[in-house]
Structures are given as structure tokens and as C-alpha cells.
Design a protein around this ligand. Structure first.
Ligand code: PRP
Ligand code: URA
Length: 206
């Protein structure tokens, strides 16, 4: 279930993120801001329950979130979206999944997993800026479903049609929120036009 968000502010920020002249500091700030805007859309449909409260004047029925929200950044580039998520939902708990794409096979390799315990009806929000072949995110969602998450949703800044197809096939129940679905993958399985290597641009590795 794909949700491509076309808010003008989001598209403006995404264009700056893609630009090769954008340096590390601005890239990080933009990634956070874009995540916050995407997350606001992605959380529009989360379940709420009624709750009774007292205002200074009277009692009333308010709303509270039904699920424990667990933000799951996919190491390493997903960490670049964590600040934006926590700005929006500062009470959320955070789990980490380490997944990298083997440079030869392009297949995902899991190397780390630490998830919060004692969750009540957990809703996992997976954050990873790039949905390219879809291998990393599909494997992360497999892992989260096996770990007992009630629901999973994915927020990815950019997607390729190939990755969207893989997620739709392997996880048709998982909504994917993105700011753009680009044209295609190149021979190295990079998104085109894309933004390059998200991890390297966030952390200045290359
Ligand atoms: C990037 C990105 C995704 C993955 C997407 O991570 O952050 O996790 O590639 O590719 P896929 O859809 O084809 O699996 P990378 O493997 O470069 O690791 P990094 O975050 O540590 O740089
Ligand atoms: N990972 C990235 O960082 N960028 C891509 O375009 C594809 C995978």
C-alpha cells in the first residue's frame, strides 16, 4: 500500500536534499524535516481510544493513542531520520535494526537487532531513507513481524518502482509512505535520479 506525499513543502525540501551541492549539515537538517512531514501524514490513521480527563473547568472525553509506538531506524542511514520522528512523537520507544546491502549480491545482510520489550499492541514505524530493490526493508519487516509487532508501517524518503513492487508483493498489509517514487534503479541498484548514497551523505563517509 503506497502513499506518495506531494506536499509542496516536502517537494521543495526533497529537491534540496537531492542536490549534489547540499553538504552534510544541511542534508541532515533536511532529512529530519522531511521525516517529520512524512510522519505527520503516516500517523494520520493511527487508532485512538476515548479517555476521561478533567480540564481546569470540567470533565471531558479526550483521545489517547491505542498502540505503543516503536520507531525502528534501519542502521545506518535510518538514524538520520530519527530526530525528525522523535520531534513528532517524543514519547515513542526506539528499536534498532542493522541491515546493509551486500555490495556484490545487493542482498540485505542483518547484523544487529535490539528492540524494546514489554510492548502493548506495538505499532512499529520503520524509517529508512531509501527503498531501492526493497530487500533491506522487506527483510526488516519480516524480522519485526516475527518479533511480535501488531502492525508495521514504513517511512522512506525516496523509493524506486522495483522496491515498491517488492514491498507490495511481500508485505501487502504494510503501508509505505514516501515523498517520491523515482524513475528506476541503475545497474548498481541505485535510485535514479535519486540522491546518491544516503548513508555517505549523512555521515560524510566518502
Ligand atoms: C541503504 C539504505 C537502505 C538500503 C536500500 O543502506 O539506507 O537500507 O541501502 O537498498 P535496498 O532497497 O536495495 O535493500 P546501505 O546498505 O547502503 O547501508 P548504510 O545505511 O549502512 O549505508
Ligand atoms: N542506497 C542508497 O543510499 N541510495 C540508493 O540509491 C540505493 C541504495
Amino acid at each position: 500500500m503506497l502513499h506518495e506525499i506531494h506536499h509542496p513543502l516536502l517537494q521543495h525540501k526533497l529537491t534540496a536534499l537531492r542536490d549534489r551541492r547540499t553538504g552534510c549539515k544541511e542534508f541532515r537538517e533536511l532529512a529530519s524535516e522531511i521525516t517529520l512531514l512524512l510522519a505527520y501524514e503516516a500517523l494520520k490513521e493511527v487508532a485512538v481510544d476515548d479517555c476521561e480527563i478533567e480540564t481546569p473547568l470540567t470533565t471531558m472525553t479526550g483521545k489517547k493513542l491505542r498502540n505503543d509506538l516503536v520507531i525502528v531506524p534501519v542502521l545506518r542511514a535510518g538514524v538520520g531520520m530519527l530526530d525528525g520522528m522523535l520531534t513528532l512523537v517524543p514519547t515513542a520507544r526506539v528499536g534498532f535494526v542493522g541491515m546493509y546491502r551486500d555490495p556484490e549480491t545487493k542482498e540485505p545482510v542483518e547484523y544487529y537487532c535490539k528492540l524494546p520489550e514489554n510492548l502493548v499492541h506495538p505499532l512499529a514505524i520503520v524509517i529508512d531513507p531509501m527503498l531501492a530493490t526493497g530487500g533491506s526493508l522487506a527483510a526488516t519487516v519480516d524480522l519485526l513481524k516475527r518479533s511480535g509487532m501488531d502492525q508495521v508501517l514504513v517511512i522512506s524518503i525516496l523509493a524506486a518502482p522495483e522496491g515498491v513492487a517488492v514491498m507490495t508483493e511481500r508485505h501487502p498489509d504494510v503501508p509505505v509512505y514516501t515523498a517520491a517514487v523515482d524513475e528506476r534503479l541503475n545497474d548498481h541498484k541505485y535510485i535514479v535520479p535519486g540522491l546518491g548514497d544516503a548513508g555517505d551523505r549523512l555521515y560524510g563517509t566518502k
